[in-house]
Design a protein around this ligand. Structure first.
Ligand code: SF4
Ligand SMILES: [Zn+2]
Length: 146
C-alpha cells in the first residue's frame, strides 16, 4: 500500500475534483467544511457513490483530518473513530472501537502492530491509526481481565 501522506493522486479521481465555479457546485463545495452538521449534509450526500469514497476515508483517518467531510463521513464521526476531540487530544471511549466504514461494533482486529493497522472483520475495511489500535488493545485487555 502506498503511503497516504505522500500519495494523493487518488484525489483526481474523486467526484469533488470535478466541482467547478458554478453556484450549485460552490454550495456543495462550501458544505464540506460548513459549521453545522445540517449544512454538511450536502457534502455527505455528494460523496455517496464517489469511486474514491473508501480511499478518501482512509486518507482522512491515516492523516488525522479532524475537520470536514471525507469519504462521506462527517468530522464528528471521523474524530470518534480516531478517538480524538476537535483539538486533536486523545480521549477515552466507553465502547469497543467500531469500523469507520460500516460502523460495525466490536469486530476490529489489529493486523499489524508496528504500523498500527486495523481491519474490520465484517467488511474488510483496513486503515492505520495509532489511537484506534490503542482502543482495540485496551478493550481486548479489559475483555481478557473480566
Ligand atoms: S469521497 Fe467525497 S470528499 Fe472524498 S474524493 Fe469523493 S467526493 Fe471528494
Ligand atoms: Zn466494517
Amino acid at each position: 500500500m502506498l503511503d497516504p501522506l505522500s500519495n494523493t493522486a487518488w484525489k483526481a479521481d474523486g467526484d469533488c475534483y470535478e466541482l467547478t465555479n458554478t453556484v450549485q457546485d460552490r454550495i456543495i463545495w462550501d458544505s464540506f467544511f460548513a459549521d453545522s452538521v445540517h449544512d454538511r449534509q450536502a457534502a455527505i450526500t455528494f460523496c455517496d457513490g464517489c469511486p474514491m469514497q473508501q480511499r478518501c476515508l482512509r486518507f482522512a483517518l491515516e492523516t488525522g483530518q479532524l475537520w470536514g467531510v471525507w469519504g462521506g463521513r462527517d468530522e464528528s464521526e471521523i474524530r470518534r473513530d480516531l478517538w480524538m476531540n476537535a483539538n486533536g487530544t486523545v480521549g477515552s471511549r466507553a465502547k469497543f472501537p467500531r469500523c469507520a466504514w460500516c460502523f460495525t461494533e466490536g469486530q476490529l482486529e489489529i493486523v499489524n502492530e508496528d504500523k498500527h493497522q486495523v481491519r474490520c472483520e465484517a467488511c474488510d475495511f483496513t486503515w492505520k491509526s495509532e489511537t484506534t489500535t490503542q482502543g482495540v488493545r485496551a478493550h481486548e485487555s479489559a475483555r481478557l481481565a473480566s
